[in-house]
Design a protein around this ligand. Sequence first.
Ligand code: ZN
Length: 501
Amino acid sequence: MEVIKKYKQQLLFHLILNLTVAVFVTYASYYHIPVFSLKDFGFYFGHFLALQFSVFGFLYFLTINKYIFRICFPVLFVLFSGIAFWVYTQDIGISQGIIQVSLETRMDIALDLISLPFICYLFASVVAVYFILTYYNRQKTDPLKSPLLLLAIIGAASFSFVESYRYGTFNRRLPYNVLVSAREYFGQNNLALKSIDKNVKAETDSLNVIFILGESVRADHLQLNGYPRNTNPLLSKRKNILSFPNAYTPLTYTAISVPQILTNASLSDDYSKAKYSLIDVLNHAHIATNWIGNQTPEKSYEIFIDQSQYKKIVDPLHSELSFQKDYDEKLLPIFKECFRPYQNQFTTIHMMGSHWWYETRYPESFRKFRPVIRSKHVASNTAEEMINSYDNTIVYLDYFINEVIAFVEKQNSNTVLIYLADHGEILGEDNQWLHAQNSKASENPALLIWYSDGFEKKYGGIVANLKSRQNNKTDLDFFFNSIIYFYKIQGIPYDRKKVIF
Ligand SMILES: [Zn+2]
């Protein structure tokens, strides 16, 4: 009887410990998820329990040594609670970018974040620590000799099992996302870049490239490419716009696709040799480079942002995982501010685009196709709802690109706008959804080119070339090579066969 009582007390302690951690930390990652039906709720509740079970495993190991627990638990718990407060109230996305923003932001901005509710939350977490420690000190069971140890081993092991089955299932949620992001922030970027020591110069002047780097837009959902739905009501009425329906990349997620686009790496590159960064080359050729982004930078491509002479990330606290992310139109006034029609300039506009969860990507007035998705859980939505929401993001993209063109066409400049999505998106083909999986739909990103009247007058030959190559298969290798050719940059080798201009 005495033995049962002993374990009962330990069991109760771990129940209370996990409940406290769940309320203060873990549950924050689930609080904003849109759920519609009981089935959704059940799915995410099960998800949450599985996550908490893995947390239990690690917490249990922490309790083995009295000194480690008494020091580590209070520090980690209050720290994670402080972060969870912002996830609960603002739905901030915990990413490498946010660690960067927090550590590199000026102190006065950081102090602005401290509010009365925040202090109350932290105070409550300190009180919780006090009770947990008091209860912990009364424990008489040796954690190494308790049958709970076996459960803890399974819990901790379930983490790597789940993560190897589907990366990010736990790693994108509290408390794990903080650790993963911190590791990414302090870790090295694997992309080795070649330094430029030669004389590099551009033989053009007043040539402007606006590079809109899109997100998860598949070519065949553009009306411009023959999609039967009216997804390009504005662009389809425009002249000087060419669509390339056969763009191709096997790199189907942002972190691997963007570095390929912005370097001389080929699609099949193993990156064993250092690469030229396009932004670095342009800087050396005295072409003004700007980066305006709505995506919080990832380690794999933040170097290109750093290298840009002017850089602005809008809404840096919210990542693609947040349901309170700003719309892409926030990028427009910044673009208008830094556009210089009469100089060599290269401006990257990095959109949030059509990234899942689609309903966070566009305002109400663009909800043209209905019914739309209501659940974050893909399987709870119908195929029709998924496609409707996705197509609404394309209607919004149409508006966005049209706004940029409408602004630029008023100025008498030599400008080319290149819209290129980093990859496509799968919408139910072979029962798959979203991206980061290879399929015809995810490997065929949208590619559009618009040119100003001034450009056509001066570079009629290039426009003719573009038209003649429009329907060719266009590997994303084209980008680096075409830009080098376009600015007539001397001193940097490029592959003439890949040029589309
Ligand atoms: Zn992407």
